[in-house]
Design a protein around this ligand. Structure first.
Ligand SMILES: Cc1cc2nc3c(=O)[nH]c(=O)nc-3n(C[C@H](O)[C@H](O)[C@H](O)COP(=O)(O)O)c2cc1C
Length: 344
């Protein structure tokens, strides 16, 4: 397939997306987030290509139409397996496929995928090409601004090295780059520390957009307020939001009107809970752990009166499985008014 054919595939030019987060952005979290924002592009958790091929496919890949537009994030370092995983994902109806080149965990490094791929841009470009050739979907990449590893005498921390990586990947036909504006320290820091300790350097991502104006450059890392997002959108094409969506999902309630020019009214928190309740009960009956199901609504009232009481009540409900889950949840919702004074 010709390079131009791969590069002309239209990806989702969504100005805001919600980040892939392992153990968090599963289908139940996404289903509830979709009631808060109809427009933001959503991502799955990272799933490895072998898991897609050999794991419980419907559990790993299944989703409801309502979650779309939805991107699947894959991790692995073998083109043939990634290509096969892409074909399966296309059959499932995903809108976009993303290759993880930013995860610094040790497990991931043992297989040399995730952030380790940044050390080998030509190999990464070939992986992306194999993926894109296997399907008609857009294939995108999420990476860091650089990596370092003392153990491997590796230091790819300059802007020149970053732009070389982007150039080589772009030469393979990839058009959309999501850039977490931090270096990943591959042997000095845990994954969590790697999301907190290396300083954010948004200037390097802005510079990428200046040097590669034809590429879609999406910035990620530390966006917690609509105002900060607005500022970044003046410099790059899009912003990916991660932890802020977990800690304060209501931050996204205005997203559709603010960034997608939607005209529909913002739903109230009560609307979200009214929609979520039957869904949560049904999924609990299907055997999904209660903690997983309540996680997306745990922080729905973040920053408002009654938020702590709401959290505590849900936490207690999860901790005492002998309690009747349905009536416990209904009771919590009934009491909300008195805890929160006003729940909208
Ligand atoms: C619990 C957790 C799990 C994550 N899992 C993934 C993942 O599967 N794939 C990925 O590319 N990034 C993952 N990340 C990183 C986020 O996608 C994002 O790049 C990072 O949190 C920085 O954005 P933020 O400051 O908006 O949270 C994860 C982050 C968290 C907090």
């Amino acid at each position: 397939m010709a390079y131009t054919e791969l590069s002309s595939r239209s990806f989702h030019a969504s100005p805001i997306s919600l980040a892939p987060m392992v153990d968090k952005t599963d289908r139940d979290w996404r289903w509830i987030m979709r009631h808060i924002t109809r427009c933001c592009l959503l991502y799955t958790e990272m799933i490895t290509a072998p898991a897609v091929l050999r794991g419980n496919r419907s559990r790993l890949l299944g989703f409801s139409e309502r979650e779309k537009p939805l991107a699947l994030q894959l991790g692995w370092d073998e083109g043939a397996l990634l290509a096969e995983a892409c074909r399966i994902a296309e059959d499932y109806g995903y809108d976009e496929i993303n290759l993880n080149c930013g995860c610094p965990s040790e497990r991931v490094q043992r297989h040399e995928f995730g952030a380790s791929l940044m050390a080998n841009p030509s190999k990464t470009a070939k992986l992306l090409e194999s993926m894109a050739k296997a399907v008609n979907l857009p294939v995108t990449v999420k990476h860091r601004i650089g990596i370092r590893s003392e153990k491997n005498h590796l230091s790819l921390e300059s802007y020149e090295q970053l732009s070389r990586f982007v150039q080589i990947i772009a030469d393979s036909g990839c058009r959309k780059f999501i850039v977490h504006a931090r270096i990943a320290d591959l042997d000095g820091l845990s994954p969590r520390e790697n999301r907190e300790i290396p300083p954010l350097q948004p200037g390097l991502v802005y510079r990428l957009k200046e040097d590669f104006p034809h590429l879609f450059i999406e910035i990620n890392g530390g966006y917690r307020t609509p105002e900060a997002v607005d500022e970044a959108l003046g410099r790059v094409d899009a912003v990916m939001i991660g932890r802020a969506a977990l800690d304060n999902p209501w931050m996204l309630a205005e997203a559709d009107r603010r960034w997608f020019k939607a005209v529909e009214p913002v739903p109230s928190r009560s609307d979200i809970l009214a929609a979520a309740l039957p869904y949560i009960i049904r999924r609990a009956e299907e055997g999904v752990p209660q903690g997983k199901l309540l996680a997306p609504i745990m922080n729905l009232f973040a920053g408002r009166p009654g938020a702590r009481k709401w959290r505590r009540t849900l936490t207690e409900l999860i901790a005492s499985p002998s309690e009747d889950f349905t009536s416990g949840l209904e009771n919590a919702i009934i009491h909300l008014d008195s805890w929160c004074h006003e729940r909208h």
